[in-house]
Design a protein around this ligand. Structure first.
Ligand code: ATR
Length: 287
């Protein structure tokens, strides 16, 4: 029987998720389908509670539904609980389980490059920044500075993690205008803002104070080589683009929906390869 899954959002046209999952379905010869479902906010609850009746093994969730879905599902994983947002839903018989795989995606993308973990700087304080901060905490960073144009949003993230006593005092908040200075002594710099993305303003930052050993990453993947990454490479910092975060965040959903009995995938993981990157990048919506 064909296993069905998909991605829900509103609007949903530009999602790259079908490309990722359909690439893997074909590669591993799995009898499955992955489609987009445009679900209006007012139809969301009904769509979610009828997932199994619709024959869906689960869904990915994108804007604007991630927070609402979280409140509709009783069983959420730790990451979804902390972030208050769900991007992957698994249907086990009639029970729904919610996951947030953005933290996993970010961690997998940077893990092998991160060596020194004394200090990280996070630019931005939106939804993506929360997942990134959680990843950095889990990776073991001792100090994380968040800077954002709207400082209150950075303070909110600090408060969120201060609730978890274990994470207390790791995070400090800094003025956006100081972003080029606070990166001194930093091991890891990440842009989580939308600046630098096609159609957006450039991220204006001077990274000359960044130590040579620092790793720089951008969660923007369109363009793949943002100005920040270009500047980083030019001064010989390791620069990691954001595409693999998108690819890795798709891994947990794929394996749970399409290989639930762990029979098909080696190590129960669909692989993130250069071939997959090239295939996703050939999408017409990317430059
Ligand atoms: P996401 O959930 O993808 O992180 P978001 O919640 O819209 O998206 O967050 C976008 C981030 O980009 C925010 O940190 C935002 O800063 P504000 O919180 O001050 O809005 C940042 N951002 C967007 N445009 C910006 C600009 N022109 N200058 C500085 N920061 C900007």
């Amino acid at each position: 029987m064909t296993i069905k899954a998909g991605v829900i959002g509103y609007p949903i046209k530009h999602s790259l998720s079908p490309r990722i999952h359909n690439f893997w379905l074909k590669k591993y010869g799995i009898d499955g389908e992955y489609k987009t479902y445009e679900v209006k906010p007012e139809d969301l609850e009904n769509f979610i509670i009828t997932l199994s009746q619709q024959g869906l093994a689960g869904v990915n969730v994108t804007l604007p539904h991630k927070e609402k879905i979280f409140s509709l599902i009783r069983e959420n994983d730790e990451s979804a609980d902390i972030l208050g947002a769900v991007n992957t839903v698994i249907c086990n018989d009639d029970e729904l389980a919610g996951f947030n795989t953005d933290t996993y995606g970010f961690t997998e993308n940077v893990r092998k490059h991160v060596k020194d973990k004394d200090k990280a700087v996070v630019l931005g304080a939106g939804g993506a920044a929360r997942a990134v901060v959680l990843s950095l905490i889990k990776l073991g960073f001792k100090e994380i500075i968040i800077t954002n144009r709207t400082i209150e949003k950075a303070q909110k993230i600090k408060q969120l993690f201060d609730i978890y006593a274990y994470y207390k005092d790791i995070i400090t908040v800094s003025e956006w205008n100081d972003r080029s200075e606070i990166i001194i002594d930093t091991d890891f710099l990440v842009n989580t803002t939308s600046l630098g993305m096609i159609g957006q303003a450039e991220l204006a930052i001077d990274i000359s104070l960044l130590p040579k050993k620092a790793v720089v990453t951008d969660i923007v993947y369109n363009p793949l080589e943002t100005m920040l990454l270009k500047q980083a490479r030019e001064q010989e910092n390791i620069a990691i683009d954001g595409l693999d975060m998108l690819l890795y965040q798709a891994v947990p959903g794929f394996r749970k929906w399409f290989d639930p009995h762990k029979r098909t995938l080696k190590n129960n993981e669909p692989e993130v390869t250069q071939e997959l990157r090239d295939y996703v990048l050939s999408d017409a919506s990317l430059s």
